[in-house]
Design a protein around this ligand. Structure first.
Ligand SMILES: [Zn+2]
Length: 474
């Protein structure tokens, strides 16, 4: 992609916004305000060089799937280390023990009855699921819409496959539906079910099932769990309206002993306050379907490109910018926990953490999870984001799964919101591939991230720390 992108209108308008008095980029600035020369360098390079997209192609088409514990997972670690080294960015590996779940075969069908000749189901086992018994399982299906509904089934669920239908239609429905995916199997097992199916958590479908993490309660038997495509959920719903429906499920999933993996930790040392850390997070693992282009390849290449561009500046930012490519976000969060544990003594000097894990869409604006005064601190530095459409402070909290273990240490969070309106079309499915990422959107978000990261590392003051949570998360 290098040189393929023309100097965009965004960059041009940024250039015209440059203050009239020329300031040499190498010279230390007298004022404490933002350097528009640095903005030009960072944003200009991100918009025109296409480096992030080239890297994303290497990671998705080259490395491919990278589920924790898999060969792809380890290949991704080696790739990332080499890429940082090639970029002149200091990098180290920090060990993390990760779960090692393997999918094995997976199929299912609606059995023939007097009302249908039968249908194959497009399904994917949920990550962490146990397999079906030898030879598969055959059972009647019972449909529910909530965890409350399944608990109320009582004996009616005995020996059946509980099918969680839901109405996810927009990205903001994901959190609610994910609760069914995570806890549905154990809720069903508690009332005697032998299997669990769930409608894929998706905002579009061409009969593509979407996987995702689930977990078991210690107090319930472990039953196999899978997501069916939206179309197959609709089929089950229609058939169930007419009477009993039986399905056969064959899942070959297994959980192997934990495997060795790593968080990849790279750093651009601060020139004045090297112990103060601005943490940029993304997760290197993906599911074992598709190639994790949006989730979270896009986040990975955005934070890597930010480190590369910051390392190329003549004058490093005031504080250290640390990029962490986390292991095992998708099915365990072991990387996030390992980092918080290993760096516990330093977290008081983590002045900001920012996680990119919402896909490679265009930038929309900035969110915080910080004490009072965040806006006032950053407002004078937001101008370069205007041309990228990202200079607005948006409502809502900054968050991120991998950085969530830093909440008890009251690390301020900053978020760069990106357009995720089409993210859940492909999320956790075979369709999450490079072609779904628009190089221009990716370049714009990379540019916005590079500037925002520089600002957090350079602005004279630091964000006030947020209140301690009422009950610290484990
Ligand atoms: Zn993700």
């Amino acid at each position: 992609m290098s040189a393929a992108l023309p100097l965009s209108a965004a960059l041009l308008s940024l250039l015209t916004a440059t203050p009239k008095a020329p300031v040499r980029a190498e010279a230390p600035r007298a004022s404490a305000g933002p350097s528009f020369q640095v903005a030009e360098r960072l944003i200009g390079a991100a918009l025109t060089e296409g480096h992030a997209y080239t890297r994303l192609a290497e990671l998705t088409d080259g490395v491919g799937q990278r589920l924790s514990g898999s060969e792809g997972g380890e290949a991704a670690v080696a790739w990332a280390k080499k890429a940082f080294e090639a970029d002149g960015v200091t990098v180290r590996l920090e060990p993390v023990k990760v779960p090692h779940w393997v999918r094995g075969e997976g199929r299912g069908r609606v059995l023939a009855s007097e009302r249908t000749r039968g249908h194959a189901l497009a399904l994917l086992a949920l990550g962490g699921s146990v397999g079906t018994p030898e030879g598969g399982l055959t059972a009647e299906v019972i449909e529910v819409r909530s965890l409350e509904e399944v608990a109320a089934l009582g004996d009616k669920a005995k020996g059946k496959v509980v099918f969680f239908n839901h109405d996810m239609a927009q990205p903001q429905d994901y959190g609610r539906a994910a609760g069914l995916r995570t806890r549905g199997a154990s809720a069903a097992a508690k009332v005697g079910a032998v299997g669990m199916l769930i409608r894929s958590l998706s905002t579009a479908s061409l009969r593509t099932p979407h996987t995702g993490a689930m977990s078991y309660d210690e107090s319930a038997p472990r039953i196999p769990a899978a997501a069916v495509s939206v179309e197959d959920a609709e089929l089950l719903h229609r058939l169930l309206a007419g009477g009993p429906v039986k399905v056969e499920l064959v899942l070959g999933c297994q959980t192997l002993p934990d495997a060795d993996s790593f968080n990849v930790v790279a750093e651009v040392k601060g020139r004045e306050k090297p112990r103060e850390v601005v943490l940029l997070a993304a997760h290197l693992d993906s599911w074992d379907v598709g190639t994790g282009a949006h989730d979270d390849g896009a986040g990975v290449v955005m934070v890597m490109e930010t480190a590369r561009l910051l390392a190329k500046l003549e004058r490093a930012p005031r504080r250290t910018v640390r990029v962490v490519l986390y292991a095992n976000e998708e099915n365990g969060l072991r990387g996030g926990r390992a980092y918080a544990e290993a760096h516990a003594a330093e977290l008081g000097e983590h002045v900001a953490a920012l996680e990119m894990d919402g896909g490679g869409g265009k930038p929309l604006g900035v969110v915080f999870r910080a004490g009072a005064g965040a806006r006032e601190l950053l407002t004078p530095w937001m101008k370069p984001l205007e041309a990228l459409g990202a200079d607005t402070f948006l409502p809502g909290d900054a968050s991120g799964a991998d950085i969530s273990p830093l909440i008890p240490a009251r690390v301020p969070f900053v978020g760069l919101r990106v357009d995720a309106s089409r993210y859940f079309d492909v999320h956790h499915s075979e369709a999450d591939t490079l072609d779904k990422v628009d190089p221009k959107d990716l370049a714009h978000s990379t540019a916005a991230l590079a500037w925002l990261s520089y600002v957090l590392a350079e602005v004279p003051g630091v964000l006030a720390r947020p209140e301690a949570p009422a009950s610290p998360k484990p």
